[in-house]
Design a protein around this ligand. Structure first.
Ligand SMILES: *Cc1c(COP(=O)(O)O)cnc(C)c1O
Ligand SMILES: [Zn+2]
Length: 414
């Protein structure tokens, strides 16, 4: 573990100790970067040591995380991360890419990428002795916090918009969190959570507010490093990583993970990071393409509920993730997202709309020549299709209902 860390504001560069500040910059509300002691880490561990580790979860990177070991052995808290990397021949052929991997985050304990952030936030909560953790969520962050908390007996309260998909609400309730369904948007729930956490002294996990979430999410970059860069050897072209973007915290976290590795001298060149947003929720892509860092809110409207955000809470760092790595932002329509669900499904991978958005973005990037056939590419499926079955059914044709006769079968099987 690396407990010697402090914060630096991503907007004004002011540095703070963990005693001074817990969430965002008091001067300008900027997101805080966690600054690790790289010297100390280099002394304590090495790529050889880490890759020889035998913990099949994100906890294999504990030496690069700003939290103490949370315990919880034998529970789902120890199963977050270390997700499989698939290389489906069908998809490689469809896109004409020689080296394509899908990192399947639906294999996390609560079936989305959010387990990475929630596991590490729960570790922090236990370390600081927080009685209650709270989060606003469109569903997945809450399910992850509820699940990771339940694993170790931590009390959790979740604020979700009442329109959240039923499967996600069911997860919250089954994981025994206290659930408050807000009659409003995710953004309304977000603001209310911050007020409530101040009023009641709860520890707040909110995405793009609590600086620890990005530290959990960066572990996906460590895995891509270990599973692709380290294991599969070197490529002549830089690695490209495709990420779907709502609040911008996953893409910022992945950027941070690669920056950590680069600063440690363990990564030769930075991968290019591509953000993919839904056309109806494109505040970060808009800023990127306008060439500035001012995030102008939109009135979000997309079927990909996990990336439907009016005002992204980690927008500035999300713009930089693409800009500083030679990536870009790609926009896709809801129709293209549904098409990507079907395409991934044909390869045996079941994604929720926001999970398939990254793949829809890759299809577009290939069409536009942003990615070359010999570019190694990793696409992250951020969440399981079981999270939103209604959307999944829109991506496919209905099954015929038939009489139980062979004649009826013959009419359908042509
Ligand atoms: C949260 C989430 C995203 C987007 O992450 P941000 O940090 O909000 O950009 C993408 N896909 C899924 C499935 C998610 O749950
Ligand atoms: Zn600041």
């Amino acid at each position: 573990m690396n407990l010697q860390f402090h914060y630096r504001c991503s907007l004004c560069n002011q540095e703070y100790t963990t005693e001074q500040v817990q969430y965002t910059c008091p001067a300008d509300g900027g997101n805080l970067d966690v600054i690790l002691d790289y010297e100390n880490i280099r002394r304590a561990t090495s790529p050889t040591k880490i890759t020889a580790g035998n913990e099949p979860s994100l906890w294999r990177y504990l030496s690069l995380l700003p939290v103490a070991d949370p315990g919880g052995l034998g529970t789902p808290l120890r199963a977050a991360g270390w997700t499989p990397l698939f290389s489906p021949p069908l998809l490689k052929a469809a896109l004409g890419l020689e080296n394509l991997w899908i990192k399947d985050e639906s294999r996390n304990p609560t079936a989305s990428f959010k387990d990475r952030a929630s596991a590490v936030v729960v570790a922090r909560a236990r370390q600081i002795g927080a009685e209650v953790v709270v989060t606003a969520s469109t569903g997945n962050a809450g399910a992850a916090l509820a699940g990771m908390s339940a694993a170790v007996g931590q009390k959790a309260i979740i604020f979700a918009p009442r329109t959240a998909p039923p499967a996600k609400v069911a997860q919250l309730l089954v994981f025994n969190a206290q659930v408050l369904l807000v009659d409003g948007s995710y953004d309304d729930a977000f603001d209310l959570t911050i007020q409530a956490s101040q009023e009641f002294g709860w520890y707040c996990r909110n995405t793009g507010y609590n600086p620890i979430t990005a530290e959990g999410k960066k572990t996906a970059a460590f895995e891509i490093w270990e599973q692709v860069v380290f294991t599969a050897g070197k490529y002549t072209r830089p690695l490209s990583v495709f990420v779907s973007v709502g609040d911008g915290n996953i893409i910022s976290g992945i950027h941070k993970g690669f920056k950590d590795l680069f600063a440690l001298g363990w990564l030769e060149s930075m991968p290019r990071i591509f953000g993919v947003q839904a056309e109806g929720s494109a505040a970060i892509a808009n800023a990127f393409h306008a060439g500035h860092e001012t995030i102008i809110p939109v009135s979000a409207n997309t079927l990909a509920d996990s990336i439907s955000v009016d005002l992204p809470r980690d927008g500035v760092r999300a713009v930089r993730a693409a800009k500083q790595t030679g990536g870009t932002y790609v926009l896709v329509s809801d129709q293209e997202i549904l098409g990507a669900i079907a395409a991934l499904g044909k390869a045996g991978i079941f994604a929720e709309p926001a999970g398939a958005t990254s793949y829809a973005g890759l299809i577009k990037a290939v069409e536009q020549g942003l990615v070359q056939p010999d570019d190694p590419v990793v696409v992250i499926n951020t969440g399981s299709g079981l999270k939103d079955v209604r959307a999944a059914m829109q991506a496919v044709r209905e099954a015929p209902v038939i009489e139980p006769t062979l004649a009826a079968v013959k009419r359908v099987i042509k």
